[in-house]
Ligand binder design. Structure first.
Ligand code: XIL
Length: 351
């Protein structure tokens, strides 16, 4: 058996993986137990899974992951309390069933805002109270920055924002703190946190939150990255900058895609990927990446992959979408048959 990743990086940071409940068993489950000491739900803790209808909470799938973490003494990241995607529509409908974003009457808009913030508070409170003793770190809000937004601050103009401004962000953090307690680690999570102007928008928002006394402990860097993008310097600068605000950093959704954006043309199969030799370029990338993470280990306390092995990755969906249904990606350090890839040996520092 190959050495365990969690042991190799024990002195630096926790090693995590995102999982669907079915992956808690079989070979996925074995790899999880051997190599990882932190997990996060890939989908089942999102609002659409937990509260599909107003007031009807369903924790069945989420509980499976919570119990697995407990039984195996793993850290648990919660993903995600608030997001603009994978959130049910009912949050944003007024009492008459109309879209809140379409409301033009100022008084009614004010009422809608109150109602939405109440729903937010109820969701966050219910979830946090249930899992407060199990969860180590919470993604409180996800992807609230959008550099293409029409406003100067780069705030994503989601329904949350259109109806409440930035109040939803502050309310989510305050409610989480109130019910999770002072030891809870509260994170803001986003992608492309290394890249300008997004990084600066996120930095300014977080700095404002700290100035206002909004309880926030860390920044989650999704790290959906490519073979040569972003650069190592960009990644280092971003981590250093958020650390300089006194915040912790987590790498929350790491995968190293073989493609640029959009992912065209894509390899049609895993065999073609292997034959191309690109997995050696990926190995070099993993080598440099984990060397950087180790160098920054005082500023990073958790590194989580957005999956376990190349048999299951959301990146396949994206490759397929842009290539007429044919496309395979291979972002992890385990191949589709759960064997270690060249990237594994490089990230472990054996070469
Ligand atoms: C993705 C899941 O991996 C997919 O299975 C699902 O269809 C869509 O969401 N950023 C995030 C994650 O914060 O929640 C997303 O997860 C990937 C991008």
């Amino acid at each position: 058996e190959v050495p365990a990743m969690k042991d190799r990086f024990e002195d630096s940071f926790a090693m995590g993986a995102a999982v669907e409940p079915y992956q808690l068993e079989g070979t996925h489950g074995e790899i999880l137990k051997r190599h990882y000491n932190s997990i996060v739900a890939e989908n089942v803790m999102k609002p659409i899974s937990i509260q599909p209808e107003e007031g009807e909470f369903d924790f069945t799938e989420a509980d499976k992951i919570v119990n697995f973490a407990k039984e195996n003494d793993m850290d648990l990241r919660f993903h995600t309390l608030i997001w603009h995607s994978q959130v049910p529509d009912w949050f944003f409908l007024d009492e008459e069933g109309n879209e809140m974003v379409d409301e033009t009457d100022p008084n009614q808009r004010e009422e809608n805002k109150e109602l939405l913030l109440e729903r937010l508070e109820n969701h966050v409170e219910t979830v946090v109270k249930r899992y407060r003793d199990e969860v180590d770190a919470w993604d409180v809000v996800n992807e609230v920055i959008d550099p293409d937004a029409a406003n100067d601050q780069g705030l994503r103009e989601s329904a949350w924002y259109q109806i409440t401004g930035t109040d939803y962000i502050n309310k989510a953090f305050e409610t989480a703190r109130e019910h999770a307690g002072d030891d809870a680690q509260l994170f803001i999570n986003d992608f492309n946190t290394e890249v300008e102007p997004k990084k600066t928008h996120l930095y300014n928002l977080v700095e404002d939150m700290l100035d206002q006394g909004v309880p926030i402990d860390g920044v989650g860097h999704q790290a959906h990255i490519q073979l040569d993008w972003p650069t190592l310097d960009e990644m280092k600068d971003s981590i250093d900058q958020f650390a300089s605000l006194g915040l912790d950093n987590h790498i929350t959704e790491l995968d190293v895609s073989l493609y640029g954006w959009p992912p065209t043309p894509a390899f049609p199969s895993y065999d073609e990927i292997v034959m191309s030799g690109v997995l050696y370029d990926q190995a070099t990338r993993y080598d440099q990446l984990f060397e950087l993470y180790e160098e920054l280990n005082d500023e990073i306390s958790n590194v989580t992959f957005w999956g376990i092995a190349d048999d299951h990755t959301w990146l396949d969906d994206r490759a397929e979408e842009y290539n007429d249904g044919v496309g395979k990606d291979a972002p992890f350090v385990f191949d589709p048959d759960f064997n270690v890839k060249p990237a594994y040996w490089e990230m472990m520092g054996y070469t």
